[in-house]
Ligand binder design. Structure first.
Ligand code: HEC
Ligand code: HEC
Ligand code: HEC
Ligand code: HEC
Ligand code: HEC
Ligand code: HEC
Ligand code: HEC
Ligand code: HEC
Ligand code: HEC
Ligand code: HEC
Length: 321
């Protein structure tokens, strides 16, 4: 063996040895890490009581009334690792209770939600509810107008069958502030909310959204409408510019006294925009009103212009087929 080859062998061996040592160290690290992960897991499933906290059992000794609503809902279910019950129980929301027990009438030792500013109440809830459909809460119209989570929800005494609402139904809740919209739903032509097919929240997200008017879906009004009325999405060979612009130019999304939620009767609806066309479209065709004209009676202009939302017929440019 030449000296050179010997040196090469030594170098290789040293290198291999170093590698083995390094990987052993890595394994040890990993073991330590997984051990501490197990310790953490153990902690979340059976929470140790940190200093200052007294535990749910102590709270309910004096506040039995609040226990019922809490345990009946998802907050009281230990099976869900994200729930208050799987963490510090009552104190996940109210904060550590030791000082409260010493002096219950002191308002600063514990979170007493009824006595807190709306924004501070919401801040407590969004420690857990900041994702998904709640992501746009901060800065939303309801947030900025000083509503808080507990304006609409009650943790301890909810009245709705789901979602912990303060009222029996959702419409009742919204109607306390939005009477106009709730009443429109009772007009002769209306979205089927009272029939139970839709809720205000089918279209709106009361927790805020990226669309206008807190609409749940899309980035402009039409995207919201066509998320249900897909056949109106197009694309059309011949579009009706009015429909492209906005469905609510012609329809009231809540309800109206005209057929099909229209904001005005046909032909007056069409005449808001079409005053002079190749065939005179006003009521005053020949100087006098021609009561018998098909442009006025029944469905008026849509007797002929039936494809008012857009046409895919090769000669549908006048939206008649
Ligand atoms: C020794 C009995 C006792 C214990 C234990 C106790 N509290 Fe209280 N708590 C009281 C009393 C009494 C009041 C009413 C104080 C007042 O308003 O003068 C009160 C008030 C409250 C209020 C405010 C009620 C309101 O009307 O705004 C909250 C919230 C509350 N307690 C939560 C808790 C929580 C959470 C725990 C457990 C950490 C707890 N309490 C443990 C006796 C107790
Ligand atoms: C998810 C957060 C949350 C948890 C968990 C929670 N609370 Fe509350 N608590 C509230 C809110 C919010 C209010 C304000 C009234 C309401 O929404 O019902 C409140 C109000 C209270 C009040 C004032 C009286 C009342 O009903 O308004 C007491 C007392 C109270 N809680 C005790 C408790 C006790 C005891 C527990 C545990 C069994 C508990 N809370 C768990 C959020 C919570
Ligand atoms: C420690 C975390 C935590 C906090 C704090 C918390 N929640 Fe929850 N909440 C949950 C979990 C977990 C659920 C079960 C649903 C889920 O997994 O998202 C839930 C469910 C709900 C529901 C749905 C109820 C249902 O029947 O479907 C409402 C409403 C709610 N929370 C409101 C609140 C309000 C209001 C506050 C603040 C006063 C609050 N939460 C604070 C964890 C929390
Ligand atoms: C204007 C009334 C209103 C306000 C304010 C409000 N909510 Fe709601 N919330 C509702 C209604 C209505 C529902 C049921 C329909 C739905 O799911 O959107 C609901 C559903 C929920 C649900 C269960 C369904 C889901 O989306 O996960 C949770 C959790 C919830 N709200 C938490 C909160 C929290 C946290 C806040 C404060 C940041 C808050 N809410 C503020 C009206 C409100
Ligand atoms: C079919 C979908 C739909 C339903 C269901 C619905 N809305 Fe709306 N809402 C809309 C649309 C679209 C707009 C925007 C209209 C516009 O800009 O002219 C709107 C606007 C609003 C506005 C703002 C009005 C304004 O002039 O700024 C309020 C408040 C409102 N809705 C409340 C409600 C309430 C409360 C309910 C339930 C009683 C409800 N909505 C049910 C689609 C709906
Ligand atoms: C406590 C009163 C209150 C309740 C309850 C309430 N809102 Fe509102 N809402 C408001 C206020 C205040 C505004 C802001 C109005 C403004 O800026 O002109 C608003 C605005 C809105 C808007 C228009 C947003 C915009 O961009 O102009 C919609 C849509 C809406 N609310 C839907 C709902 C729905 C759906 C419910 C029921 C789940 C509900 N609200 C419950 C007070 C309330
Ligand atoms: C969440 C789903 C949903 C959304 C979003 C929605 N609608 Fe509707 N719409 C319905 C349902 C369901 C009906 C009732 C259909 C029935 O009874 O056959 C309806 C009925 C209608 C009607 C009356 C149809 C008739 O035959 O009388 C019109 C017009 C209408 N919607 C327009 C709109 C407009 C405009 C928008 C957007 C502002 C919109 N819709 C958004 C679900 C929706
Ligand atoms: C230029 C006015 C106008 C615009 C804009 C408009 N509509 Fe209509 N819509 C009408 C008229 C008029 C009727 C009644 C047609 C009839 O009686 O045959 C109607 C009927 C409907 C109907 C019920 C009948 C059917 O065809 O299924 C729905 C649903 C509807 N529109 C949804 C929408 C949606 C979604 C949009 C936005 C993409 C929209 N409309 C835009 C005028 C309009
Ligand atoms: C909000 C305004 C508005 C309303 C309401 C409206 N339209 Fe239109 N309509 C337009 C615009 C803008 C055009 C595009 C005109 C152009 O391209 O020169 C158009 C185009 C048309 C065309 C095709 C004309 C062509 O030569 O391309 C017809 C047909 C038509 N509308 C019928 C109707 C009928 C029927 C109604 C009532 C149900 C109606 N429109 C309501 C704005 C409106
Ligand atoms: C009896 C059937 C009929 C009725 C009713 C009718 N139209 Fe027309 N309309 C037509 C036909 C056919 C054309 C195509 C004319 C052409 O291409 O030369 C047309 C064309 C149009 C155009 C496009 C022509 C232009 O000026 O560029 C508009 C806009 C229009 N109609 C609006 C209306 C309005 C608004 C009403 C209701 C007041 C109405 N129409 C009622 C049959 C009708």
């Amino acid at each position: 063996m030449t000296a050179r080859r010997f040196l090469f062998c030594v170098a290789t061996l040293t290198y291999l040895l170093a590698l083995t040592l390094a990987s052993a160290a890595v394994t040890a690290d990993a073991q330590a890490a997984s051990a501490s992960a197990i310790a953490l897991d153990a902690q979340t499933s059976a929470p140790a009581t940190p200093p200052g906290y007294v535990g749910t059992d102590t709270c309910v000794a004096c506040h039995e009334d609040q226990q019922h609503g809490y345990e009946a809902g998802p907050h009281g279910k230990t099976a869900n690792p994200r729930s208050p019950a799987a963490r510090q129980g009552c104190e996940s929301c109210h904060g550590p209770g030791e000082r409260h027990i010493d002096d219950p009438s002191n308002d600063t030792t514990l979170r007493k939600f009824a006595k807190m500013a709306p924004r501070d109440v919401s801040a407590t809830c969004i420690t857990c509810h900041a994702g998904g459909s709640h992501a746009a809460w901060q800065g939303s119209p309801h947030d900025t107008r000083n509503l808080s989570c507990v304006t609409c929800h009650s943790v301890h005494a909810p009245r709705s069958p789901s979602a912990h609402l303060k009222t029996n139904t959702e419409v009742e809740l919204c109607a306390t502030c939005h009477r106009v919209q709730a009443n429109k739903l009772k007009r002769v032509s209306h979205m089927p909310v009272q029939e139970g097919k839709l809720q205000c929240s089918s279209c709106h997200n009361p927790h805020g959204s990226t669309n206008v008017k807190q609409l749940r879906v899309g980035n402009w009004i039409n995207e919201s409408c066509v998320s249900c009325h897909t056949e109106k999405r197009g694309p059309f060979l011949f579009e009706h510019a009015a429909g492209r612009e906005s469905c609510v130019s012609c329809h009231d999304p809540h309800g109206s006294s005209n057929d099909r939620l229209l904001v005005a009767k046909v032909p007056m609806l069409c005449q808001r925009c079409h005053i002079g066309t190749r065939h005179p479209s006003t009521l005053y065709d020949n100087v006098a009103v021609e009561a018998k004209t098909v442009r006025i009676i029944g469905r008026g202009c849509v007797n002929c212009h039936s494809q008012v939302h857009g046409s895919n017929h090769p000669s549908g440019q006048a939206l008649i087929r």
